[in-house]
Design a protein around this ligand. Structure first.
Ligand code: Z2T
Length: 830
């Protein structure tokens, strides 16, 4: 039995077994002895100790799935924002206490060891973090699943702040080694680029096409085990690393062009060098398209290899796999699976198309027109000539169908084409993904409705049954248990430990919302989290903040549609009132910001500068700094986020209605007992419904009001002229007060607000100010606020990613759990 495994150095779970294993790893893996071990050595030895326990489960899981020919979910994503692994793996193995005890016995501090880990930041924001939460839930729910992606050598940049401006530093997460990954040098697939195609006739006299590529490189697998919580299931995250192939080396080097060959080799390996740090596509970046095709091709070849080990042909491929496209980034998969079926496996078009269409499902994550991916046909054809041909053929057949269905509507046919006509013809990746998938979903109820009524309207009319909603979710393991131990203690005392697997159990908090003793414990929880954040902020920035004040927090990528500058207008208004001696919100507040700006996004970078400039003026002015503080937490990443969400009193979710597809930070905040001030956008709508309208600070235009306002001709100038305080606030920004006398520094921002601001800040300004005042008042009613805070946690269990993954399994993937138990495995390594 599992509990008696103390003797198993590499698998036992007791403090004794862990200690023995740790000392062993230090010696045999890390090759160090105590006296010279650095903190990094301690971390590595701890990680290898934990990894051994994971590998036992992982191998057993692979065996179980394989024997059962289990239907498998393949999640295709260009991003996985995993965050630090060690703490999360201890939790999912259920050995936090053993590990802490073991560390203490050896004279170490577990937290110090955890702090050594550099985080794998292989994503930009919500989309990449969502993929990581889904991996956690898939394993926890015992769903056979593989995550496929790219092993970027450099993830999202590290942000530092110099003179109030964002500076990007290279992320170096791999430089000290990555103990969680298993390199698989023999698991490699060729990936080709460029060249041309040739028609030929095969041995059966059939017309075929041969792709004669210009360049061939290889994708090599790096595997990371993904533990489920409270189960032995351990799934696989397989990330591809680009290398120049051996055959390539030989050919190229033998041609005598040594330096040419060296250059080509470097170019090949550049493909997985660095993550593009944009939350929307960068126009025509060739390397980005190469990355996408590279990882998709490796992944599909890997799936086919595994399938053909167990089946005579590809006929049942779509029954064996469901492949989810995380946005359009992997949507070239539609053409690649067609190519593999047609050109490499000799299938005919109809059979190949049947398999393809039944394999993929596509998730849309944005409606912003500038974020919808398209690639110039010219670039596409140069890099992937065969795929362009296949896309043309898919399109020709699709358009024929459309013309039959809509014989008198050529405009509709043109709108739906996979090719956008114009001076530059482009491939519309969202159309490719939709035509090539059996299901399309949005990520929150309102977003899924908008997908159907706006960007995908014609497709929805054609295939109404293809469209679904799956509201996003977040994992309670990382974002409650790991990040908020006090809250975890409270819920576990009340509900038992089951809530971590069934977050609906958070409801057991509800009857205690008005209980005075319970409220005190809740306040102590918040207080502890706020103190932790205050300490961290002091360490990172030197700023001193007061844990008694209302922590009003906005952390997320910096974007005009997310309206960090609306938050700033409120802050400047409060500042202005105090300076005027006007009656003002008497609730002391600490405003916390965090988030990265895309390096080429000028306005976003200017917003970061403005946050720092406003902070500088407010924080040093003794007349206001007792009541207002403004801080910017540099380098918002998973590790920092874990410290921030639990500390919030008020969560800022203030995007222009219709622009934020879902949001997931909004869920993490309210699960941790923050109240939301927010618009009716994305998942805010469902959060407000879940927690109760009276426990949510709603403001702002609705989607239809936004549409109407823009249609009728939005005139911010009039709002500015008609609102004295707003005018004074904007004039202050233009006065040079926040820019050492330079009135032009923030001009681009104020001009945009006053001229043709598509995000309607001024339209929402009065409602926002008024709602903020109500929030400030509510905070002074300590019992009332605590009640609302408790109810927010109690009622947001439905935003667990477990719920989201159950929905995907039921209505999209049609996969069943396959529980894995070590207890039935005799072949364990002792
Ligand atoms: C991203 O993080 C999101 C959407 C994108 O559209 C790209 C990126 Cl990198 C292409 C976000 C959405 O903005 C957010 O509302 C949503 O919660 C998140 O994806 C996960 O669905």
């Amino acid at each position: 039995m599992h509990g008696s495994s103390d003797e198993r150095t590499r698998t036992g779970m007791s403090p004794e077994a862990l200690k023995r294993a740790f000392v062993d790893s230090m010696f045999y893996v890390q090759a160090r002895y105590w006296e010279v071990a650095t903190p990094h050595d301690l971390y590595m030895a701890a990680a290898y100790t934990v990894r051994d326990r994971m590998l036992e489960r992982w191998i057993h899981t692979a065996e179980t799935y394989r024997k059962a020919h289990a239907r498998t979910v393949c999640y295709l994503s260009a991003e996985y924002l995993l965050g630090p692994q060690l703490g999360n793996n201890l939790i999912n193995l259920g050995i936090v206490d053993s590990a802490r005890q073991g560390a203490r016995d050896l004279g170490m501090d577990l937290q110090e060891i955890l702090d050594q880990e550099p985080e794998p930041g292989l994503g930009n924001g919500g989309l990449g973090r969502l993929a990581a939460c889904y991996l956690d839930s898939l394993a926890t729910l015992s769903i056979p699943a593989i995550g496929y992606g790219i092993r970027y050598e450099h993830g999202i940049f590290d942000q530092s702040i110099v003179d109030g401006w964002q500076v990007e530093d290279c992320d170096l997460w791999l430089t000290n080694g990555n103990p969680w990954e298993i390199p698989r040098p023999l698991l490699r697939f060729p990936v080709r680029f460029g060249g041309h195609t040739e028609p030929y006739t095969d041995e059966h006299g059939r017309f075929r096409v041969r792709w004669v590529p210009e360049l061939e490189l290889y994708g090599m697998a790096y595997d990371t085990p993904i533990l489920g919580f409270g189960v032995d299931n351990t799934n696989l995250l397989r990330l591809w690393h680009a290398t120049a192939g051996r055959s390539f080396d030989l050919q190229a080097f033998q041609k005598g062009d040594y330096y040419g060959a060296v250059n080509a080799k470097v170019a090949a390996e550049n493909i997985t060098k660095v993550l593009y740090p944009n939350d929307e596509p960068e126009a025509g970046k060739e390397l980005r398209l190469k990355q996408q095709y590279f990882f998709v091709s490796c992944s599909l070849q890997d799936m086919m290899r595994a399938h053909l080990q167990q089946a005579p042909n590809l006929e049942g491929f779509h029954e064996r796999y469901a492949a989810q496209l995380n946005d359009t980034h992997p949507s070239i998969a539609v053409a690649e699976l067609m190519r593999l079926c047609l050109d490499e496996h000799g299938m005919d078009w109809e059979a190949a198309w049947e398999i393809t269409r039944r394999t993929f499902a596509y998730t849309n994550h944005t409606l912003l027109p500038e974020a919808l991916e398209t690639w110039p046909v010219e670039l596409f054809g140069r890099l992937l000539p065969r795929h362009l041909e296949i896309i043309y053929e898919i399109n020709a057949r699709f358009l024929d169908e459309l013309r039959m269905r809509y014989p008198f509507d050529p405009e509709r046919v043109a709108r739906m084409s996979l090719i956008e006509e114009g001076p530059v013809r482009r491939v519309r990746m969202a159309h490719l993904a939709t035509v090539g998938s059996f299901a399309v979903n949005g990520v929150a109820a309102i977003h899924s409705e908008l997908v159907k009524s706006t960007v995908m309207r014609d497709f929805h009319e054609l295939w109404p049954e293809k469209f679904h909603n799956v509201t996003n979710g977040v994992t309670p393991r990382r974002f409650v248990q790991l990040s908020n131990p006090e809250l975890c203690g409270i819920v576990t005392d009340l509900a038992g430990p089951g809530w971590v697997r069934d977050a609906e159990n958070l409801r057991t908090l509800e009857p205690h919302a008005d209980d005075a003793a319970f409220q005190q414990r809740w306040q102590a929880m918040k207080r502890a989290a706020k103190e932790r954040l205050a300490a961290r902020i002091r360490e990172a920035t030197g700023a001193v903040i007061d844990p008694q004040s209302l922590f009003d927090i906005q952390v997320k990528r910096i974007h005009e549609y997310k309206r960090q500058h609306l938050n700033l207008l409120h802050i400047v208004a409060l500042y202005h009132r105090i300076k005027q001696g006007a009656d003002s919100d008497p609730t002391p507040r600490t405003f916390v910001f965090g988030g990265k700006a895309a390096p080429g996004y000028f306005m976003a970078k200017l917003i970061i500068k403005l946050i720092h400039s406003v902070a500088e003026v407010i924080n040093r002015d003794p007349e206001v700094n007792e009541r207002l503080r403004v801080v910017f937490v540099p380098n918002f990443n998973v590790k920092n986020a874990e410290c921030i969400y639990p500390a919030a009193d008020l969560s800022e979710q203030i995007s222009t209605a219709g622009k934020e597809a879902s949001g997931t930070g909004n869920m993490k905040f309210s699960m941790n007992g923050a109240l939301t001030i927010g618009t009716l956008d994305g998942a805010n709508v469902e959060i407000r419904h879940a927690v109760g309208h009276e426990n949510f600070f709603l403001f702002g235009l609705t989607v239809s009001e936004v549409e109407r306002t823009l249609a009728e001709g939005y005139c911010p100038w009039e709002i500015y002229r008609g609102n004295d305080e707003l005018r004074e606030v904007i004039d202050l920004l233009r006065s040079g007060l926040f820019s050492h006398g330079d009135p032009d520094l923030f001009r681009p921002l104020t001009d945009s607000l006053l001229q043709h601001d598509p995000y309607l800040l001024l339209a929402d300004y009065p409602a926002y100010i008024e709602t903020q005042a109500r929030a400030g008042d509510a905070f002074r009613d300590v019992a009332g606020w605590t009640r609302m805070s408790i109810l927010n946690s109690a009622r947001t269990g439905c935003f667990s990613s477990d719920r989201a993954i159950r929905e995907y399994c039921g209505k999209i993937w049609r996969v069943e759990p396959m529980p894995v138990s070590l207890a039935t495995n005799d072949a364990r390594v002792s």
